[in-house]
Design a protein around this ligand. Structure first.
Ligand SMILES: C[S@@+](CC[C@H](N)C(=O)[O-])C[C@H]1O[C@@H](n2cnc3c(N)ncnc32)[C@H](O)[C@@H]1O
Length: 280
């Protein structure tokens, strides 16, 4: 039984970090005319109403997207992400937030395709409704890890996969590692973006070690922490491992990362870190 609902967290600092990187990855696919494929293994509801009871419960978006919304100094590498957020807001007021499916959809060209997996029945229903008449998008109520098996390698032969679980199950990391490892063996040239929360360093270090033990090369790690890692049960930060990162992503994140940290860290705690788990 799944209890996690992304609606409580939509637009928080971790979403901003994840979606800015996701936007850079999608942009990297647009340089060539050839169509690309996008797989979202844990898609969520697609879009979120920030005026809803759910979003207003903890107002997590106040520590995330709200902090960027009216900044006059947004770097180029963040601007197109903000354009995707503005596309779901009819007015200048921030009232809605797009999840990963709508952010990627914003940039798709007519020949590009995407597949979305979501297991929560209510969020699946929203997702299905959102893309009901969209022939470029396939929505499936299946386990995202099975989706990795079923949809990879894609016919387009190029593209990216976002693996973004809720981490509510104890064995989530182990399941993720197994499924990712099998997927990479079948499609080694795809870009994989693996998201994780940072609560304590020990768990993150273990996760990184397991990724390194797969023996795959070319894994770049990016982390944004907004608190010190002194409260193990709180989300102190967020990270993304990008496997087969596109050309120049590292250089782009060197500019974007410190800017995001400065905007999103309330008391200047934590920090931004970029490091190669395994080089090319
Ligand atoms: C962190 S949220 C996804 C957020 C979304 N990717 C975004 O960035 O907007 C994780 C989602 O995964 C769903 N979920 C949990 N386990 C799943 C599984 N095994 N397969 C597919 N979806 C799953 C949850 O219901 C939840 O909606």
């Amino acid at each position: 039984m799944l209890s996690y609902r992304h609606g409580f967290h939509a637009g928080n600092f971790a979403d901003v970090f994840k979606h800015v990187i996701l936007t850079r990855l999608v942009q990297s696919q647009l340089g060539k005319d050839k169509p690309f494929f996008y797989l979202d293994t844990h898609a969520g509801a697609g879009a979120y109403d920030l005026t809803s009871v759910m979003a207003k419960k903890n107002r997590e978006f106040n520590g995330g997207i709200s902090r960027l919304w009216e900044r006059p100094d947004v770097p180029g590498g963040v601007q197109d992400y903000l354009d995707a957020v503005r596309a779901v807001n009819a007015t200048a007021d921030l009232q809605a937030y797009p999840g990963s499916p709508l952010i990627v959809r914003h940039f798709l060209r007519p020949a590009d395709r995407m597949v979305l997996c979501e297991l929560h029945s209510k969020d699946f229903e929203y997702l299905q409704e959102e893309f009901a008449r969209d022939r470029q998008v396939t929505v499936q109520m299946i386990d995202g890890y099975h989706g990795l098996k079923g949809f990879l390698p894609p016919p387009q032969k190029r593209g990216l996969v976002l693996i973004d679980p809720a981490f509510e199950l104890k064995d989530e990391r182990a399941r993720l590692l197994e499924a990712f490892s099998a997927a990479h063996k079948r499609w080694s040239s795809g870009i994989y973006a693996i998201w994780y929360p940072i609560q304590d360093r020990q768990t993150v270090d273990w996760f990184h070690r397991q990724l390194i033990r797969t023996g795959f090369r070319n894994m770049l790690g990016a982390e944004l922490r907004i608190f010190d890692e002194d409260v193990p049960l709180r989300m102190n930060g967020t990270g993304m491992v990008i496997v087969n990162p596109p050309w120049q992503l590292e250089q782009q994140l060197e500019v974007i990362g410190p800017w995001l940290w400065q905007v999103l860290s309330p008391q200047g705690r934590g920090g931004f870190r970029l490091n190669w788990l395994v080089p090319e």
